[in-house]
Design a protein around this ligand. Sequence first.
Ligand code: ZN
Length: 428
Amino acid sequence: MQILSSTPPYPLIQYIVHLFRKSCSSRKNEGGTAFTSKVKIFDTTLRDGEQAPGIQLSPESKLIIARALSEVGVDVIEAGFPINSPSEKKAVEMIVKDLNSPEIAVLCRPIKEEIDFCHEILKKAERSRLHLWIATSSIHMKYKLNMSPAKVIDKTIQAIRYASGKFDTIQFSSEDSTRSDLDFLGNIMREATRAGADIVNLADTVGCALPEHMALLVREIRKSVGDKIPVGVHCHNDLNLATANTISSIRAGAKQVDVTVTGIGERAGNTSLEQLSIALLFHQKHFDVDTNIHTEKLGSVCDTVIDEMGLNIGMTQPLIGENAFRHESGIHVHGMLNNPMTYELVDPKILGLLGKRYILGKHTGKAAVKHFLEKKGCELPDMEIDRLTTLIKERSVGSGLLEDENDLVDFAIEKGFDLEPSRRTGNE
Ligand SMILES: [Zn+2]
């Protein structure tokens, strides 16, 4: 407390990093490594993302998205749930034929005929992954599967044994892990790996978990399956915690995380690829975690998914919404003009986005007006800048914003300001 109330010895963010590293090293000393150096990104935009109500993708659209996912560097593309429809089967086949990388996964229930069906579709894939899943919570086993816990375990073991050798990787996921009995969950995960699963995955299917729950779950299941089997997580965003829960899972040792582009998915969606990637990048130094994502391609993969799915992205959607890198407030714009990092987490160019935008309205300050006039090679005396700023504020309430410096110059001329050519040469 004393450090925070007096002048910090170094900036606050470094202080937080320092505290974090301290807690991290003490945890390591207690035994066990809390962090992993590489985390695999399992993208399910084409499966969970497409399951979002109202989204229907043609096989051709799915292929366009799959190519964009390959370019952005995800490690696994979950291409679909092929038993669902002929169109879904065709989409997966087109993706398998077109892409040499990354690994292609398909969702599959623990049913012999379905495993054969998926095997036939994936056998030409460069690297194939069967994503077998079954629900493990009481509510799902009773009201959806109508199976006893013993039957669920038996079905899982039989299916994994049957699938073994037919795919490069077998991933086993427990649906509704976060509402499952922990002992039962540990037991089924252990049996799944003994039967031949290469990776196990924990789904927060209804998005009810808090970050500490996910961390606890990951640690417990890591103990159940042992160090050689990677544990993954699949988080939903119903409490707006999907990214936080995923990060917390990584800190607890998860080696694979599920994401979708823009966070699209069932109900409130999934962990967003772009948010997770930027969070890990921003905190890379103290997480000591890396992915294969090319962040400069995040903007374009988001555009592709938005276009192909016809999504309406909200104004305040993190990193990609209209306001994510747009500024109006006088204090913010003044700070940003002096140093762009004052009010932005990262430069939008890191995501391959065109750049920040300043607009002029009720909250605009004089520094912005002066700056944008200069950008157009114009200047005004200080008192005139004051008067123009006041007029911009008044105008915005009834008539809206000035979108850029061209609008600003037009407005100044319309109001009779005598714009002097700036002494500066050329426009920025
Ligand atoms: Zn899901």
